[in-house]
Ligand binder design. Structure first.
Ligand code: C6P
Length: 414
């Protein structure tokens, strides 16, 4: 007789919820049901404690003092970079630059890489799914260089039309900037395939990972992307901190983005020389406590284990999708085969903001509007959607409450 293989322990959502103090909030008479995780995720005690401990016992400015506290803070900051590099599977920690968030990461590349590399007639390829943070910086860079922007279209399910790539990717394509996961629809984009095809024409690829890091394991070397951007606050870490990963060979050739203290080698009034990466791109006193908190979030997630979280989230998405789809007059927006826990929908004759307001009166937090993806909304013929976005601490009962309350919304509007 063979011994049965050990099965993974069931995901204990009730126990995990205990790690997040804010989930005990009450909104009037109702328990909070937080379904706005794609906008910003909540923070576990491990992150809150790490920040508190940092300010209570370890704070000083980094890279500047010879004293004990400065050395302690510098060590925490440098160790966090190692944690981030391991999380992304970067070849070296110096390839991970601390920035304010995904928005700043993309602006850094558009500004510094764009200035050095874009020329008149060059093309930048984006997709219909992009968040404004991965559109507007490229429009500004394209205008400055005389470059042109082209767009990968989508089908009605919200999936990229990869057949269009043959015509769109040419020797003129200098950069592909593509989202890994759509914030508005939840579509997972097959970035690995896109990166391979972009590299075949000599283009550099930036992946906007703002919505993928909370849901998918990331291996930047396996993806072979040139740049990868994400924000800490969507990854259960603090606001105001994020990461730009870039291949060392590319980062080293880029001019500075911002300038000032800590990024210089030597300054005279005639000329300044700059430090190597990562410091060249981290001018001024950084968000040290944010970096410490981000590393704590990554360690917390590693302890829970990706497979258990992903299975629970997929279960939540399937359950919520079926329950919401069953309500007459509701249309799900974004039905890609490969999705993370984002459920966008519209209801006949009811404005998304009215849906969100009524849900809020019952303690349910969702987002309504264009989700900073106006070109996507135009393609879908909508001004906005209602969006429920799930994290691993959400429960099937919360998904049921969402559906039951949407039924009430429908009755209220007749
Ligand atoms: N999306 C949402 O509710 P920042 O603001 O820098 O942390 O992240 C910007 C950003 C970039 N790319 C994608 C795909 C995103 O989803 C976001 C942020 C939030 O969908 C706030 S608009």
């Amino acid at each position: 007789m063979t011994t049965p293989a050990p099965t993974a322990p069931a995901f204990e959502v009730a126990a995990v919820r205990e790690d997040f103090p804010i989930l005990a909030t009450r909104v009037g008479a109702h328990p909070l049901i937080y379904l706005d995780n794609a906008a910003s995720a909540q923070k576990p005690r491990a992150v809150i404690d790490a920040i508190s401990d940092y300010y209570s016992a370890r704070h000083a400015n980094i890279h500047r003092g010879v004293h004990y506290l400065s050395a302690t803070a510098t060590d925490a900051y440098d160790q966090a970079r190692v944690t981030v590099a391991q999380f992304l599977h970067a070849a070296e920690p110096r390839e991970c630059i601390f920035v304010r968030g995904a928005t700043e990461a993309i602006n850094l590349v558009a500004s510094a890489w764009g200035r050095a590399n874009l020329r008149p007639g060059d093309e930048i390829l984006l997709s219909t799914l992009e968040h404004h943070a991965n559109i507007v910086p490229w429009q500004i860079a394209a205008e400055a260089a005389g470059a042109k922007i082209k767009i990968i279209p989508i089908n009605d399910q919200g999936e990229l039309l990869l057949d269009s790539l043959d015509a769109l990717l040419t020797a003129r394509t200098k950069l592909l900037a593509i989202t890994h996961v759509s914030n508005a629809l939840g579509t997972v984009v097959s970035v690995r395939e896109l990166i391979r095809r972009a590299h075949a024409v000599g283009a550099v690829v930036l992946v906007d990972g703002a919505q993928s890091v909370p849901h998918l394991p990331i291996d930047v070397q396996d993806l072979d992307c040139d740049f990868f951007a994400f924000s800490g606050h969507k990854l259960f870490g603090p606001t105001g901190i994020g990461v730009l990963y870039g291949k060392a060979a590319l980062l080293e050739k880029m001019p500075p983005y911002q300038s000032g203290g800590d990024m210089i080698e030597r300054v005279t009034f005639e000329k300044t020389t700059f430090r190597s990466i990562p410091e060249r791109f981290e001018a001024g006193t950084p968000h040290i406590s944010g970096v410490v908190g981000l590393a704590a979030a990554i360690r917390y997630l590693a302890k829970l284990g990706h497979a258990a979280l992903a299975a629970h989230e997929q279960n939540l998405l399937a359950h919520a999708t079926a329950a919401v789809r069953a309500i007459p007059g509701v249309r799900i927006i974004g039905e890609a085969k490969d999705k993370v826990g984002v459920l966008s929908f519209v209801m006949d004759g009811i404005h998304p903001h009215d849906i969100a307001t009524i849900l809020d009166s019952e303690g349910i937090a969702i987002r309504a509007g264009h989700h900073c993806a106006q070109p996507l909304m135009q393609r879908l013929g909508l001004t906005g959607t209602a969006r429920a976005s799930f994290a691993f601490y959400n429960t099937l009962a919360e998904a049921d409450r969402l559906a039951a309350t949407l039924l009430k919304v429908k009755k209220m509007f007749g």
